[in-house]
Design a protein around this ligand. Structure first.
Ligand code: NAD
Length: 492
């Protein structure tokens, strides 16, 4: 069946990738009978159906991971040996890179240029952790206060449940899988029901890399399957990326048995344009990163803070640049703005646009569906100005191409507005003076911030303050999230 223009799911993906789960080193037929439709965001047709896991599938996956952890070789391998497997996974991903890009675009309509830019970072994560374990100290000999000997060792946290969303499916799963494998954990992963196929391809790569059976297991399904997985007592840790609402429910379920948990959640990040900034240079970052993949990215710069006396000038230049974005079919390499990923996203985003109008913000551009697109979930890139930070469009994560421009009086006011948010994920400062930008960055309560650009890197920790999450992914901090610390005192 053909999906978004130019991708044929049946021809381009093997039967096992479309119909089976990867459990205990085998591609198995799901026991559960439910199926979940993948709907094209361009044509609104059903592209394919993916099986959903039932309880018996969860049992099989969880038990396989538990056996592989408790009795298998994987957690006890030297870390450098696990690193060699990670390198092979990266190599297998590289072989499939063109398909991975197209699969991402086919499932959720991310412009192909965006999928192309994102895929190498997923591969880098496996390379990065393969290299890190070559020199990371998993054991550290120390002296006690009285001169005794003690070894402080880092051990894998155990069996981990990994749950990911649809909006950057391969990279978000790779953050977790690469670090968890490097640490020696075994895994049960559940991808989003809208994007099962990147995870299936990753499972194929893990299998081809020779990772032992039971170390990586993959099931599919929606919220109920995720909640059932989180509740399984055999899991020692849950690592979740998704909405803040689901993250809170998962944290509460984990608290019940004190399972370890990390959460990568929503954002409402501010781009602060200082009065000395070169606006045309700043727009080179703000235009693509205020609505990357249509604003369906957690670190989108959805609040743009500009000095009040320069606000009109800024809005004119920003709106001109936004209006020049090419809206079109996501498989077309020239497309910058494709459709939203699904109907519920379309409804959510249009609802927020209505709310912004009702709250009294001024629509500077956009404001509805793309006029000549009757089918598909296309929404015009939309900019509101005269936004007050207490409006819901400035406080809540819209997850669409809707940006609020907010005026500020001075730097203190800019910091106050940036921090007046339940979230604290990302952000950026634009200035002619990088040290001034750095000083300001230190005052913003957020997990990541860039000066005069926006960067996310596999080797650098990513995560949120406040309701944007708990814990970090990427970098050494990402590895530590999958390790427990044990002190062994050596008495003579
Ligand atoms: P979502 O929370 O609805 O779902 C995410 C995943 O969790 C899916 O696999 C879903 O099936 C599962 N799930 C949902 N409720 C669950 C529950 N109660 N128990 C267990 N599993 C459950 O989010 P979404 O709509 O798929 O993704 C968009 C959200 O993800 C946005 O809020 C976005 O900001 C966030 N996100 C955060 C980051 C980050 O790194 N901070 C990255 C990407 C996306």
């Amino acid at each position: 069946m053909s999906g978004q223009t130019g991708f044929d799911f049946e021809r381009e993906l093997s039967d096992k990738l479309r119909t089976r789960f990867y459990i205990d080193g085998e591609w198995v037929r799901p026991a559960g009978g439910r199926r979940n439709a993948l709907v094209s965001c361009v044509t609104e047709d059903v592209m394919m159906e993916m099986p959903e896991a039932g309880s018996a599938d969860l049992d099989a996956a969880v038990n396989a991971a538990r056996r592989a952890f408790d009795g298998g070789a994987w957690p006890r391998l030297a870390a450098v040996e696990r690193g060699a497997y990670l390198k092979r996974i990266a190599d297998e991903l590289r072989k499939r890179e063109p398909l991975l890009r197209r699969v991402c675009t086919a499932q959720i309509g991310a412009p192909i240029g965006f999928s192309t830019a994102l895929t190498p970072t997923a591969i880098e994560l496996f390379d990065y952790y393969a290299d890190l374990v070559q020199h990371h100290a998993f054991e550290d000999e120390r002296r006690t206060a009285s001169g005794g000997k003690v070894r402080v060792v880092s051990e894998p946290v155990g069996v981990v449940g990994l749950i990911t969303p649809w909006n950057a499916p391969l990279i978000l799963l790779s953050y977790k899988v690469a670090a968890a494998l490097a640490a020696g954990c075994t895994i049960v992963a559940k991808a989003s029901p809208e994007t099962p196929l990147d995870a299936q391809l990753l499972a194929e790569c893990i299998d081809a890399a020779g990772v032992p059976p039971g170390v990586f297991n993959l099931i599919h399904g929606g919220r109920e399957t995720g909640a059932e997985l989180v509740g399984r007592p055999e899991l020692d840790k849950i690592s979740f990326t998704g909405s803040t609402a689901a993250g809170k429910a998962i944290a509460a379920a984990c608290a019940e048995r004190l399972a370890r948990v990390d959460l990568e959640l929503g954002g409402k990040s501010a781009a602060i344009v200082l009065d000395d900034a070169d606006v045309s240079a700043a727009l080179k970052t703000i235009v693509p990163f205020s609505m990357p993949f249509n604003g369906q990215i957690c670190f989108s710069l959805t609040r743009v803070l500009v000095p009040n006396r320069k606000r009109d000038e800024f809005v004119d230049a920003y709106v001109e640049a936004v209006n020049a974005l090419q809206v079109g079919d996501p498989m077309d390499p020239g497309t910058q703005i494709g459709p939203l990923a699904m109907r519920r996203q379309l409804e959510r985003v249009l609802g927020y646009i209505d709310r912004g109008r009702a709250e009294g913000a001024t629509l500077a551009t956009g404001g509805g569906r793309v006029p000549d697109r009757e089918r598909g979930f296309f929404v015009q890139p939309t900019v509101f100005t005269n936004v007050r930070n207490d409006m819901r469009i400035a406080q809540e994560e819209i997850f669409g191409p809707v940006v609020s421009v907010i005026g500020y009086d001075d730097e203190d006011d800019a910091v106050r507005i940036a921090n007046d948010s339940a979230y604290g994920l990302s952000g950026a400062v634009f200035t002619a003076d990088a040290e001034r930008g750095y000083a300001l960055a230190r005052r913003v309560r957020t997990g990541n911030l860039s000066i005069n650009g926006l960067t996310v890197d596999a080797g650098i920790p990513f995560g949120g303050y406040k309701q944007s999450g708990l814990g970090r992914q990427g970098g050494i901090e990402g590895l530590k999230g999958y390790l427990e610390c044990k002190a062994v005192y050596l008495h003579d």
